[in-house]
Design a protein around this ligand. Structure first.
Ligand code: COA
Length: 149
């Protein structure tokens, strides 16, 4: 299966945001809980890594800076019909490569405790557990990975 990977940076056009909302709806079951469009327009140094099959968005990973040296990998997902093909792993590799090349020393992320798939992927990718946050949906494990320049 041919998957094309792309990096998109701001400004994001409305059609790209709509496409992303459609996929987040499929992946998370809603589009209104996440303030994605606001973050895409307002957070610093936003990146959107996309995976496309025949032009259609099938996977994404969004991140942004939280300080001049720390980057936050906020949200990602893969279309249910395209899972276990290595798409999330490839998006993460490309995201970390971009973060490192752009001068950030570390990347952080948070995952709900029961999310086995993302937990396994994070640990296999070199993230370490650095904390826990209690959010509306339950405990979220915080991970950090130091990046080499
Ligand atoms: C988590 C998610 C992004 C993984 O996407 P994916 O493209 O299927 O993942 P990959 O194929 O790259 O898998 C990489 C590794 O993650 C782990 N993994 C992925 N899916 C898994 C599952 N269902 N159960 C257990 N481990 C899993 C495995 O270690 C896998 O490596 P392997 O296939 O060699 O065993 C996808 O399941 C998803 O969109 N889930 C819902 C949204 C979500 O949880 N997003 C993350 C929180 S923001």
């Amino acid at each position: 299966m041919d998957i094309e990977y792309r990096l998109a940076t701001p400004p994001f056009c409305e059609s790209r945001i709509e496409e992303l909302l459609e996929l987040t709806g499929k992946v998370f079951g809603n589009t209104d809980a996440v303030d994605g469009p606001w973050r895409l327009r307002n957070m610093p140094d936003v990146t959107l890594l996309e995976a496309r099959r025949d032009g259609k968005l099938v996977g994404f990973k969004i991140g942004y800076a939280i300080t001049s040296t720390r980057y936050y990998s906020w949200l990602g997902g893969v279309d249910p019909d395209h899972r276990r093909l290595g798409i999330a792993g490839e998006l993460m590799t490309r995201q970390h490569d971009w973060i490192s090349r752009n001068g950030y020393a570390s990347v952080e992320t948070g995952v709900q405790q029961e999310n086995l798939a993302m937990t396994r992927l994070n640990l296999a990718s070199g993230f370490q557990v650095v904390g826990i946050r209690f959010k509306d949906l339950g405990p979220e494990i915080t991970y950090q990975k130091r990046l080499s320049k």
